[in-house]
Design a protein around this ligand. Structure first.
Ligand code: PEP
Ligand code: MG
Length: 567
């Protein structure tokens, strides 16, 4: 009988297909298997041999991860390989942490347990601690930790070779699916993924999104039958198990329409974004790591409108990222973009962005607290190396340096003089740096938008961060589902602030872009064009969608309409 279950959407899309169950990981950590009687323990346990075995298992897992990493790094096939590589790297970092080895070895010796027990106890303790945290992101990282331990445990118990072989296109169903599991599967054969567990910020979900594989969680694994048909319809947050013939033909038809749309988008890649009446609109890419540049290039982005550099902090462990490392990364992005604008935003720390190398105090209102430029200017040990690295990298391309979370003119003046000071230092040290680098700011607070006219006189460009601008204008937390109905980017108050910013840019001939999520949502394209916006920056996969809107837009009409609206 057909069963319709509402789930959580982890990656958008629609698919119809047969189910293959990922039985291998249906219980990623089978604690019971690790239970051993006292009698066996006393006769068989040799602590030192177990410690040696841990090192062997660790080496085997490290070798496996390294080979998966090299496949991901050398693959030119799919954009998602970049995310996959990033995730595998984070597993390797956890695995190489000396504390992990100490913990396991100490447990074997002191608690007199077998390796499988020691692994189980260690992961139980770590993940209980991490899952108890309120923060959704850290909870998801606890899952990464468990998944790495599941891998160690499966090697330790000799189950590592047991794998599900996927030979035909299918929908994969799992209780929990780790990014490593996903690494081993040919993504071209994955029509969709159904999971019982997993959140939107889990690494598996990130990979699924980057491969555009529809994924839904919250579907009880026990209710799923191998070889049954299933449908995933993320628009309706729906998973249909064992669908009736009419449901299958409805979704098959819908899927054909979507495929046609996809082909249409692919055909747009080489086309310039010019409106029906001949106005060129810049379409730029938002990226969060150096590896995503290839996606921006593949979508023929006109530039990078936002490079969120915070990812460097999540990869850096407990130390700040060095000037030299940052320099190499920024240089690589500039070189890859080959003279096109590359807007690199300085660290936007604080709010919901918390990293191990940054010691943020507990705050009552972190989004209204020590965030973005407020934190960085107070922590020059973190900030100066970034500014130095940026100015040095500017030699290699068209760099726009952007500062987040601006509210006052004094902040801007202070930042400009910091940049000048660093230029002087570099000059004295005879280190080459970009002299013509453009300096701009995010307009993401109502205060900045309201004084845009003044700020425009000091900076080279504006980028409107509608994600924060909306939450700060409407006093509606962007991460709180309870006030999601109030969070509307097209609220007249937000539109008014966007308009003020665009007008100020026009008046002083300063480049203005929108880099918040609003820019990548086709529902808002015409409204933003009407407000006079000529540069949109978004996640690379949305570029063709927005281009389609622009190709049929009439800007002149929009301009006239805008004048009428203002009157
Ligand atoms: C924004 O606020 O719109 C923005 C682009 O920055 P972030 O989402 O990183 O806060
Ligand atoms: Mg922001």
């Amino acid at each position: 009988m057909e069963k319709r279950i509402t789930g959580n959407v982890l990656s958008d899309g629609l698919c119809v297909g047969y189910i293959v169950k990922w039985t291998d990981n249906s219980a990623p950590l089978d604690y019971k298997k690790a239970q051993i009687t006292e009698e066996i323990r006393q006769t068989l346990l040799n602590e030192e041999a177990e410690c040696d075995r841990f090192r062997e298992v660790k080496n085997a897992v490290a070798a496996k991860l390294t080979s998966l990493l090299s496949c991901a790094e050398n693959s030119t096939v799919a954009a998602g390989d970049a995310e996959r590589a990033e995730i595998i790297r984070s597993y390797i970092t956890i695995l190489n942490d000396p504390e992990l080895e100490n913990d396991v070895v100490q447990r074997i010796r002191e608690q007199k347990v077998f390796l499988t027990e020691a692994l189980t106890l260690t992961v139980q303790e770590y993940s209980d601690d991490m899952s108890a945290l309120e923060d959704e992101y850290l909870k998801q990282r606890a899952q990464d930790f468990e998944q790495l331990f599941a891998m160690l445990l499966s090697y330790a118990s000799g189950n590592a070779q047991k794998k599900v072989h996927i030979e035909n296109p299918c929908i994969l169903a799992a209780k929990a699916l780790s990014p490593i599991d996903l690494s081993e599967i040919n993504k071209n054969l994955l029509l969709g993924i159904i999971c019982e567990e997993g959140g939107k910020t889990s690494h598996t979900a990130i990979i699924a999104r980057s491969y555009a594989i529809p994924m839904i969680s919250g579907i009880p694994y026990a209710e799923i039958q191998e070889n049954d048909k299933a449908v995933i319809d993320t628009e309706k947050k729906l998973c249909v198990l064992n669908p009736e013939a009419a449901t299958v033909s409805f979704y098959t038809e819908k899927n054909i329409q979507l495929q046609k749309e996809k082909e249409y988008f692919n055909a747009l890649v080489e086309q310039r974004a010019v409106s029906e009446d001949g106005v060129h609109i810049e379409l730029m890419a938002n990226i969060g790591s150096v590896r995503e540049v290839s996606q921006a290039v593949a979508q023929r982005a006109d530039g990078i409108g936002l490079f969120r550099t915070e990812f460097l902090l999540s990869e850096a462990g407990t130390d700040f990222p060095s000037e030299e490392n940052q320099f190499k990364i920024y240089r690589a992005v500039l070189q890859a973009m080959d003279g096109k604008i590359v807007t690199i935003r300085t660290f936007d720390i604080g709010g919901d962005k918390v990293y191990p190398c940054v010691h943020l105090p507990e705050e009552e209102n972190p989004f209204l607290g020590w965030r973005g430029i407020r934190y960085c200017t107070d922590n020059i040990k973190l900030f100066f190396p970034q500014l130095r690295a940026l100015l040095r990298a500017a030699v290699y391309g068209n760099l726009y340096i952007m500062f987040p979370m601006i509210t006052t003119e004094e902040e801007v003046k202070n930042l400009l003089s910091l940049v000048e000071r660093i230029k002087k230092d570099l000059h004295k040290e005879k280190i080459p740096f970009g002299r013509n680098v453009k300096i701009g700011i995010m307009i993401e607070t109502p205060a900045a938008a309201l004084i845009a006219d003044t700020l425009a006189q000091s900076v080279d460009f504006f980028s409107i961060g509608t994600n924060d601008l909306t939450q700060y204008t409407l006093a509606a937390d962007r991460n709180n589902a309870k006030v999601a109905h109030l969070y509307r980017e097209n609220h007249p108050a937000v539109l008014q602030l966007i308009k003020m910013t665009i007008d100020a840019g026009k008046k002083y001939k300063k480049h203005v872009c929108v880099c918040g999520e609003m820019a990548g949502n086709p529902l808002f394209t015409q409204a933003l064009l009407n407000l006079g916006l000529r540069c949109f920056s978004m996640t690379p996969v949305n570029i063709q969608k927005i281009k389609k809107e622009i190709l049929s837009a009439k800007i002149m009409d929009a301009d006239k309409k805008q004048k009428k609206e203002v009157r």
